[in-house]
Design a binder for this molecule. Structure first.
Ligand SMILES: Cc1cc2nc3c(=O)[nH]c(=O)nc-3n(C[C@H](O)[C@H](O)[C@H](O)COP(=O)(O)O)c2cc1C
Length: 134
């Protein structure tokens, strides 16, 4: 299995309906090929982790790279893994501010608290700090 982490920028700010559409498609497609992950949206920036069978992750990532809704897709990390970190989510999602009022950095910290790899955790938390709405 592998885990891949990338960032990208939305071509235009996406509405919640557009994000919901991406999530619906992602959950359907990813579940079918045993890919799990987390999508974090901060303003126009996306950060996503994808993990699962190497070939499946590769195919999903290639499709994502070709998606005209975003650009400047930059891979931050790719590693071979023994275990998943996001096994509860075909695609988990966190936004800049959550309906409960919890700030993005806190949401990300709690979401990633169980990630043992400090580098992977730091990628997400620094993204949260950078894109906090407060
Ligand atoms: C930021 C972002 C993240 C995405 N993540 C996924 C994903 O995890 N899985 C997926 O299948 N598609 C994802 N997509 C959508 C793909 O780019 C593509 O539109 C979709 O896979 C096409 O699937 P379909 O042929 O079933 O409509 C994402 C798109 C964007 C812009």
């Amino acid at each position: 299995m592998q885990r891949l982490l990338y960032i990208s920028t939305a071509r235009t700010p996406l509405t919640q309906a557009e994000i919901d559409d991406i999530l619906r498609t992602s959950r359907r497609n990813n579940a079918a090929v045993a890919v799990t992950g987390l999508l974090v949206v901060g303003g126009r920036r996306f950060m996503q982790a994808l993990e699962g069978p190497t070939e499946a992750v590769e195919r999903v990532y290639q499709r994502i790279c070709a998606d005209p809704r975003h650009f400047a897709v930059v891979m931050l990390a790719r590693e071979t893994i023994e275990r998943r970190r996001f096994d509860d989510w075909a695609m988990g999602y966190r936004a800049g501010a959550d309906p409960s009022g919890t700030e993005l950095p806190e949401v990300i910290r709690s979401l990633t608290a169980t990630i043992e790899d400090p580098t992977l955790r730091a990628y997400f938390t620094s993204f949260g700090d950078l894109h906090a709405k407060s």
